[in-house]
Write a protein that binds this ligand. Structure first.
Ligand code: PHB
Length: 394
């Protein structure tokens, strides 16, 4: 009798132990980014931000829960390719999240699939305002061009009488143009010329010549971050627009932190509005920069894209944690509407529960030399800006 009872207790104990050591659970995250072609540095910066986040926060997932990244290369602005990759990730790999995506046309191509298949899509970059309206399963952790270019227009209208606008000819460029024009003209400024520059292999020189000939007080420009930012800066310097007294301003894409070391001294004095500067001195950013340099080398700089993908990953961890590893798409979207982080490297951020778009500070910055290198030095803060495009059409 006694032995039987003992065996019974042992069996019950074993069952309890087995239940406690829940089987390992893997959550599949599909990552679509631009890892090759002329914009490959952008995908790389986002990838590095994502992987650094995962390394630093390995202990923030529930016990037994693991993330498997399934990484795909869209090769740049290429909606058909992005759509095909998203389809494969959803149907074949059965991912529970999609994240990444530098380019708006790609995000727009993926959007309807995320709605049909109910796969939450946490955007790490693509910044055209309308994207979040294309699927209820999208939340954005990056920015909109309206967030930077609209307040920039208002700021510039208090300092300059007339402006020329030059933007890359695709959706975020069109947003930047419309937003700046609205902010600038509402403040009494006059737009004296506009030009749209092809996205693929542009030669900036003839466009800069047109701007120079028009003699505006200020040029506001948007190109994608990365090498094109350096190319337009170089054309501005080579044609002597700075010496002709034409001030250069824009969203922070044109003085993106990772390219500043390639730009010579031309950007000194360029003013931009943006949500992230690698030179920001808030403690969360200093810790982020220190971790980045330790991981990727003293000379390496993260950009706003690295931080966008870092924060998108933080939100993925948050919704997984809140659901104890058993993720459901509708529950995920309900949770992400409550997402807040007072301590992102860029400052406090939150997801707007009405729009699933990011709310964040926008900073006015001037390019200066700090410790011998160029840096975007913040000098004025616009607190907790919601996407103005959505606010203005309410
Ligand atoms: C976009 O496609 O939305 C995009 C790409 C590059 C940027 C900003 C926005 O620097």
């Amino acid at each position: 009798m006694r032995i039987k009872r003992l065996l019974g207790i042992l069996a019950a104990g074993t069952a309890l132990l087995l239940a406690a050591a829940a089987p390992a659970q893997t959550i599949k995250v599909g990552v679509i980014n631009s890892y090759s072609g002329p914009f490959a540095t952008l995908g790389d910066l986002m990838d590095k931000g994502m992987k650094l986040y995962m390394k630093q926060n390995a202990d923030k997932l529930p016990p037994g829960v693991k993330i498997e990244l399934i990484i795909r290369d869209d090769g740049g602005p290429n909606p058909d390719k992005a759509k095909q990759l998203a389809q494969e990730l959803i149907v074949r790999d059965k991912v529970q999240f999609i994240t990444g995506v530098v380019f708006t046309p790609n995000a727009l191509a993926i959007a309807p699939l995320t709605q049909e298949a109910k796969v939450p899509f946490f955007i790490g970059n693509a910044g055209t305002s309308v994207i979040t309206e294309r699927s209820p399963y999208i939340a954005r952790f990056s920015f909109t061009l309206w967030q930077s270019s609209y307040p920039l227009g208002a700021w510039a209208s208090r300092r300059f009488k007339n402006a020329y606008i030059a933007v890359s000819d695709f959706a975020p460029g069109h947003d930047s143009e419309a937003a700046f024009e609205r902010g600038f003209t509402e403040g009494g400024g006059k737009i004296i010329g506009k030009v749209r520059i092809p996205l693929a292999n542009p030669d900036f020189v003839p466009f800069m010549q047109r701007v120079k000939d028009a003699k505006p007080d200020v040029l506001m420009a948007f190109t994608p971050a990365g090498r094109q930012a350096t190319q337009i800066m170089k054309a501005y310097g080579d044609l002597g627009l700075d010496k002709a007294g034409i001030k250069f301003i824009g969203p922070g894409d044109i003085t993106t932190d990772e390219e500043l070391p390639n730009m010579g001294d031309v950007p000194l004095g360029v003013i931009t509005m943006h949500h992230y500067s690698a030179a920001a001195t808030r403690p969360a950013n200093k810790a982020f920069i220190a971790a980045w340099k330790k991981e990727y080398g003293e000379k390496s700089w993260p950009s706003f894209m690295s931080v966008g993908q870092w924060d998108a990953m933080d939100a993925i961890y948050y919704v997984i944690r809140e659901q104890k590893g058993k993720v459901n798409p509708d529950r995920t979207m309900a949770l992400v509407k409550k997402y807040k982080n007072p301590n992102s490297p860029r400052g406090p951020i939150a997801i707007d529960p009405e729009t699933r778009d990011i709310i964040q500070n926008e900073y006015m910055r001037e390019v200066k030399k700090v410790g011998g290198v160029l840096a975007n030095v913040e000098f004025e803060t616009f607190e907790q800006v919601k996407d103005p495009w959505k606010e203005l059409k309410k």
